[in-house]
Design a protein. Structure first.
Length: 226
């Protein structure tokens, strides 16, 4: 782990205890939780496999992974912050659900040669020192016909950390988020098809109205890959 990685892990370790207080992090309100469950159902691929293997990169405290497991899918979560992973495992233990959760770098998930039906990331890209490399790594973890699902945005004030981020964050390539147009341009060379679903108007997802750009990007890889 580099010095910067250690700083980032320490930041999110410190944030873990209060992370779920944000409506879309903890999904503690019934309407917010239901809205995210509906959204995931609409974005996940359908087909012969009713049970999907999903890699949740930057899983945080596991709220999205928990919804996936409740829907019958098999989540694998990766997060750089050990305390985030601890909280995820505790949630799954309390719910009596199965999932695999690993401490590791989301840019290079420690999942070996395993391939997934879906690689999912939510509000993570702005934190990464090389998001383009991360996108390539995530697409390489997909099975033929698999789906890259990125829930992202271009933040104004909402969505930014309450406390200053790690030193040098202003130099991160996508600090402050990325627009749907720019992320589409970054993903299009890596996949066979790209689609954007606008989410700014879905107030139930965020615990109230938001004024910034929020969206889901769905990228599907070729059903036959080299």
């Amino acid at each position: 782990m580099t010095d910067r990685d250690a700083l980032i892990a320490a930041y999110w370790d410190a944030a873990a205890a209060s992370f779920d207080r944000a409506p879309d992090h903890g999904m503690l309100a019934a309407d917010t939780r239901a809205a995210w469950a509906r959204l995931l159902r609409s974005l996940l691929p359908t087909g012969p496999a009713d049970v999907l293997e999903v890699l949740d990169v930057g899983c945080g405290t596991g709220s999205v992974s928990l919804l996936l497991a409740e829907a019958g899918h098999r989540p694998t979560g990766v997060d750089l912050a050990p305390r985030m992973v601890e909280r995820t495992r505790a949630k799954f233990g309390a719910a009596g659900l199965a999932g695999r959760f690993l401490v590791g770098d989301a840019m290079s998930p420690p999942t070996g040669d395993q391939l997934f039906d879906v690689v999912l990331s939510r509000h993570l890209l702005w934190t990464l020192p090389d998001p383009q490399a991360a996108l390539r790594a995530w697409v390489s973890r997909l099975r033929p016909g698999g789906r890259l699902l990125l829930i992202e945005g271009r933040w104004s004030t909402a969505g930014q950390p309450a406390a200053p981020y790690v030193a040098g964050a202003e130099s991160l390539p996508w600090n402050g988020g990325i627009s749907a147009e720019d992320l589409t341009a970054a993903v299009r060379p890596l996949v066979a098809e790209v689609r954007i679903e606008p989410l700014s108007g879905e107030a139930d997802l965020w615990g109230g109205p938001v004024a910034d750009e929020r969206y889901a990007l769905l990228g599907t890889v070729n059903s036959q890959r080299n």
